[in-house]
Design a protein around this ligand. Structure first.
Ligand SMILES: *Cc1c(COP(=O)(O)O)cnc(C)c1O
Length: 395
């Protein structure tokens, strides 16, 4: 297995976890098999007893899927990883495998819509209470974590307002309260922020976003300590079956090979476009974590090595201006997805964040003029032209 931990990220992305079959193939082998055969009844018995390492059934183990898990773990600097069929399956498994009736979760208010639903609606059905705080406000975390809690869930930078949360400070407060810290690291990607090094215990990804990055498949990942992943998460995954298909794992392995090239190029373009947008008339504010006018930009500089591929900005003129702007885009497409090679624009208030309601949107600053832009790999000049023309049309 190509598993030398000292490799730098770009090398790990290409080689990490590769395990060749007897044919010595260059590319990762795709094992499209649901089951595995044994040489003898004794070998089957030993496999089930755990005294012999042998694949049993692809619901809980497959060689192609294992290569992806190993590569992600090496990249993240995590002891262990399990992948799932979607990002939401990863979040759901991380929470439900750990929590039980009577437990308490403290979460940042600015969560991906379905994560918010799990904490606010699903967990209470099982007697698990959820409490929301404003992520950047450490006083609110301190107050909420004065009482014991079992898990903290947060996203930084957040979707769509790119709020940055102090991961070391929140992790300290959480640990004092007895909670494990789960960070949804989708916006930062494994390349621009390493939550485990900043104090978090568990990292989750929607691999659907930058890790595939080419709009093809859904996938998720959960990373953490060997003891937690094997003792707590794995029995849940094994017995409930949110399994990633080997075919999707194979596509994600190929996606990882170019992750650093794609994230670096798109982040560079995003930083340029954020500066361009901030200087245009008709734009109230452009949010990008490394811009000097971002409310937590000093914190972002401490815990991230780049601003990422997403920008959010607010048009003067509310929903009507935002819709005129989006409908006038010719290159950038309208989509609720993100992290793609193709640049995508979203109007959060009427799509991804419609269900949370107007009051919660106002609390998060998601006004009707806010547009989220996921920057892809097009020529930055073509993207700038497209934005400039659409802004003219909107004004
Ligand atoms: C997309 C996304 C998810 C959910 O992932 P799926 O792969 O769509 O299930 C969770 N968190 C964040 C921040 C996301 O962007």
């Amino acid at each position: 297995m190509t598993d030398i931990p000292g490799f730098r990220p770009a090398t790990t992305l290409v080689h990490g976890g590769t395990e060749r079959s007897g044919f010595g193939e260059t590319a990762e082998a795709l094992f499209l098999t649901s089951g595995f055969v044994y040489d003898s009844a004794e070998q089957a018995e030993a496999t089930f007893a755990g005294t012999e390492a042998h694949y049993q059934y692809s619901r809980f183990g497959n060689p192609t899927v294992a290569m992806l898990e190993r590569r992600l773990a090496l990249l993240e600097g995590a002891e262990a990883c399990r992948v799932t069929a979607s990002g939401m399956a990863a979040v759901h498994a991380a929470l439900l495998s750990h929590l039980r009736a009577g437990d308490r979760v403290v979460a940042a208010r600015a969560l991906f819509g379905s994560c918010h639903w799990i904490v606010s609606t699903l967990l209470p059905r099982y007697g698990i209470t959820g409490e929301f705080v404003d992520g950047p406000d450490l006083e609110q975390w301190r107050a909420a974590l004065r009482r014991p809690a079992q898990m903290v869930l947060l996203e930084s930078p957040s979707n769509p307002m790119l709020e940055v949360i102090d991961l070391p400070a929140v992790s300290r407060l959480a640990h004092d309260a007895g909670a494990l810290v789960v960070v949804d690291n989708v916006f930062a990607t494994p390349l621009l922020q390493q939550p485990l090094q900043l104090g978090a215990d568990i990292v989750v990804y929607s691999c659907t976003k930058h890790i595939d990055g080419q709009g093809r498949v859904l996938g998720g990942a959960v990373l953490g300590s060997q003891a937690w992943v094997n003792g707590t998460l794995q029995p849940f995954i094994r017995n409930t079956g949110p399994t990633l298909s080997a075919f999707n794992a194979w596509l994600l392995l190929k996606g990882l090979e170019t992750l650093s090239l794609r994230v670096r190029a798109a982040s560079q373009t995003a930083a340029q476009l954020a500066d361009f947008l901030a200087a245009q008339p008709g734009i109230v504010r452009a949010l990008y974590p490394t811009r000097a006018d971002h409310p937590q930009h000093a914190l972002a500089a401490r815990q991230m090595s780049g601003g990422g591929t997403l920008i959010s900005f607010e048009l003067a003129g509310g929903k009507a201006a935002a819709f005129r702007f989006m409908n006038a885009l010719r290159l950038i497409r309208i989509s609720n997805n993100l992290g793609d090679t193709k640049s995508l624009a979203t109007h959060p208030a009427t799509t991804t964040h419609m269900r949370i309601g107007a009051e919660e949107r106002m609390r998060l600053g998601i006004t009707d003029g806010v547009v989220r832009l996921s920057v892809g790999l097009e020529d930055p000049a073509d993207l700038t032209d497209d934005l400039a023309e659409a802004l003219r049309a909107a004004s």
